[in-house]
Design a protein. Structure first.
Length: 202
């Protein structure tokens, strides 16, 4: 639950027992003083995420995914990963290109596809749409990566006066918002649909 100061009750509980040690009737007053003194007040995580989304506009990652990926012929691709921020690394092996997410390795047909999937793996999206036309994947990967990096820069700017725990929660809120929007847009079918001509010769 969120308190009247915009922070979780667990944060107030921490200050009560670890910092203040005051009687119950003075907790709210004293907690507000401690929170103000540590620079934890101001905009909430969701407010900063909304600002980032507004500033990026058409460069917001889910917008790129919706308008430039899902509008074309795609196939769904599933990665067995957790819905959280993951460490995703591209590796070159004798067998080809691999995407390593945590302790799991995923074989990729080429570097462009690995770069494309890496972006969603970092965010924690287990199922995404991949363009069927492989010549378009590299450009989309560039745009998505640029969007992700800009999101992080705006987040850093908006949370520079916060403590590390608060910055961590704001980063988690950003990832969750992107992940939920991508999930809502969906990954489409396993294979793209090809229109077959039914015109008969006369």
């Amino acid at each position: 639950m969120i308190s009247e100061f915009g922070f979780r009750n667990s944060d107030l509980f921490f200050f009560k027992h670890r910092v203040l040690g005051k009687k119950n009737k003075t907790i709210k007053k004293e907690c507000r003083y401690v929170i103000l003194g540590n620079g934890l007040t101001g905009r909430t995580a969701m407010e900063i995420v909304s600002e980032i989304k507004e500033k990026l506009g058409e460069e917001w990652l889910p917008v790129i995914y919706k308008e430039k990926v899902r509008t074309q012929r795609t196939r769904s691709h599933r990665l067995e990963i957790a819905k959280r921020e993951n460490r995703a690394i591209i590796q070159h092996t004798l067998l080809g290109v691999e995407l390593k997410v945590g302790n799991k390795r995923f074989s990729c047909p080429d570097l462009s596809t690995a770069r494309y999937l890496q972006i969603f793996a970092r965010i924690g999206c287990p199922e995404v749409a991949v363009p069927y036309d492989i010549t378009k994947i590299s450009t989309l990967a560039d745009q998505l990566e640029s969007s992700w990096q800009k999101s992080l820069l705006l987040l850093e700017e908006g949370s520079k006066d916060k403590t590390p725990p608060v910055r961590g929660r704001m980063r988690s809120a950003l990832l969750k918002e992107i992940r939920e929007e991508v999930d809502l847009i969906g990954a489409g079918s396993l294979m793209p649909e090809f229109k077959q001509s039914t015109k008969q010769r006369r």
